[in-house]
Design a protein around this ligand. Structure first.
Ligand code: CS2
Length: 487
């Protein structure tokens, strides 16, 4: 038997469930990119507030595959959240996702929902690559195939950008104020980046529309919760604990954080009551999280994968890894961060190490290794730029970048192929094909100005640091390189 509104009362009493009348919830938020992260994060914050105001239900939209809709539709959008740490697992059912749409199947239904006056917020977790932008400059990639398509077919878009601009255009024609945009992706200044990109897209469509889009509210946010992809063994464990099948439960950690800029002209749920922090400027929080957490994550992922670690917790257990990550955060990244008065940075770093060690989360290094070309700029390269400017060292950060190059070449240390997932995978594979010398590999990668900008490839010390790190990785391997950091 499957989890649904009809069966929810059969759940064991230990499983928490919505305290509001599910039948009264209406859509106030359209969320583009209804993946695991959204369902462990924003949907959970919102779930806690629906008893107070049921008009903030979520319509979850998949922009690519029908999988989430097909899993959750028969469950009336209900799904299980399993919060796991070393001590055990706490289960709850989340009810805030009340509608599911798959954009490629019916783009018109998505546009109708976005243009509906009840929709006051359009939030996004479309991952870095969903922005169809140049990661080094944060501007729209007008040559991106989805953007080319959406400019030619504005009423049947494919990209989040195309959907947003078309929906705003329809609202304007109908005399309805635009919704607030709420980017929840791991990009610095995510709200500004999104606004810049949708404005550029609108300019290419129609200057009058661009004038409206330019004034849409698009607050930036910092989001944080570690959410590994769900596996079949997670599904069976949840089913046996619940006594009901759930086609797509979400596994996550106890920690969660959401910092949001206050700019919601059409209103918003009282997310602060669920623990979100509202601020005037989120950038210091974003830098801290992207550079410390995500910068460490990517470093752990590439080095860990190369050294044979399947999960982040396994990677943390490799000799020297924890010392490397701790040193990277403390000595190389922390000095680059803007002041956050009253914030206990050493405690934040210690908590990150503990989160990475969480033995209950099977967070695969391969999952985090995905889309490196889109992630490196804000995770590692920004810190390196700041260190270069300060004339300070960045060997550990350079090792993270070199490990990406080593990984992205597509062969592991035993010579087996790596399944490299990246929007530029084909280009990357072509870059270093048949080259074995570290200096030539580095030079080939440094031609990617969309990743490195034009400044870093021109820096002789940066090039030298990468060559040195990559040379070590190629000669002695990742595990032996890590052991050198052992204290
Ligand atoms: C991870 C993030 O997959 C990745 O690249 O670094 O998804 C990370 O788990 C989240 O940002 C944590 O908030």
């Amino acid at each position: 038997m499957r989890l649904s509104r009809k069966t929810i009362d059969r759940l064991p009493r230990t499983v928490k469930r919505p305290h509001y009348d599910l039948g009264t919830v209406t859509v106030g938020i359209v969320h583009l990119g209804i993946g695991a992260f959204h369902r462990a994060h924003q949907a959970v914050y919102t779930d806690g507030l629906l008893s107070e105001d049921p008009s903030w239900g979520i319509c979850g939209v998949s922009l690519r595959s029908p999988e989430t809709r097909d899993a959750l539709h028969p469950q009336d959008g209900l799904y299980t959240l399993a919060v796991q740490d070393g001590e055990g697992s706490e289960l709850s059912v989340v009810g805030s996702v009340v509608e599911l749409l798959c954009a490629p199947d019916d783009p018109e239904a998505v546009l109708r929902r976005m243009a509906d006056p009840g929709t006051r917020i359009v939030s996004l977790t479309i991952t870095e690559k969903g922005y169809c932008h140049n990661p080094a400059t944060g501007t729209l990639d007008e040559g991106h195939p989805d953007i080319v398509h959406d400019l030619a077919n504005p009423a049947r878009p494919r990209s989040a950008i195309g959907f947003i601009v078309e929906a705003i255009s329809r609202r304007v024609s109908a005399g309805i104020a635009p919704f607030t945009l709420l980017s929840c992706d791991n990009l610095p200044g995510n709200g500004h980046v999104l606004k810049r990109i949708v404005t550029q897209f609108a300019e290419a469509r129609d200057p009058a529309l661009a004038a409206v889009v330019r004034n849409v509210a698009s607050p930036s946010t910092m989001v944080d919760r570690i959410v590994p992809a769900t596996t079949d063994s997670d599904r069976s464990a949840v089913a046996s604990a619940m006594g009901l099948e759930d086609a797509w439960p979400i596994m996550t950690e106890p920690f969660r954080q959401w910092v949001i800029e206050e700019d919601f002209p059409l209103g918003r749920p009282a997310w602060e009551k669920a623990g979100a922090l509202f601020v005037q400027d989120v950038s210091a929080f974003e830098f801290m999280k992207l550079r410390l957490l995500n910068g460490s994550h990517s470093t752990l992922a590439y080095l860990g994968y190369l050294a044979g670690a399947e999960t982040v917790a396994d990677a943390m257990a490799l000799a020297g890894m924890e010392a490397l990550v701790e040193g990277l955060m403390r000595h190389e990244v922390s000095p680059t961060l803007p002041e956050l008065p009253g914030f206990d940075l050493p405690a934040y770093r210690a908590e990150l190490l503990q989160r990475f060690r969480n033995p209950a989360l099977r967070h695969r290094t391969w999952q985090i290794a995905m889309d490196g070309s889109q992630k490196l700029p804000q995770r590692l390269l920004g810190s390196i730029r700041d260190r270069l400017q300060a004339g300070a060292g960045y060997d550990r950060l350079a090792l993270g970048v070199a490990a990406w190059m080593r990984y992205a070449r597509g062969l592991d240390e035993a010579g087996r192929p790596i399944d490299v997932r990246d929007p530029h995978a084909a280009r990357i594979a072509g870059l270093a094909r048949g080259i074995d010398e570290p200096d030539r590999i580095v030079d080939a990668f440094l031609t990617m100005t969309d990743v490195f900008g034009t400044d870093l490839p021109a820096s002789a010390p940066f090039r030298a640091a990468l060559i040195k790190a990559l040379d070590g990785l190629l000669r002695i391997g990742a595990a032996a390189t890590l052991r050198r950091f052992r204290r």
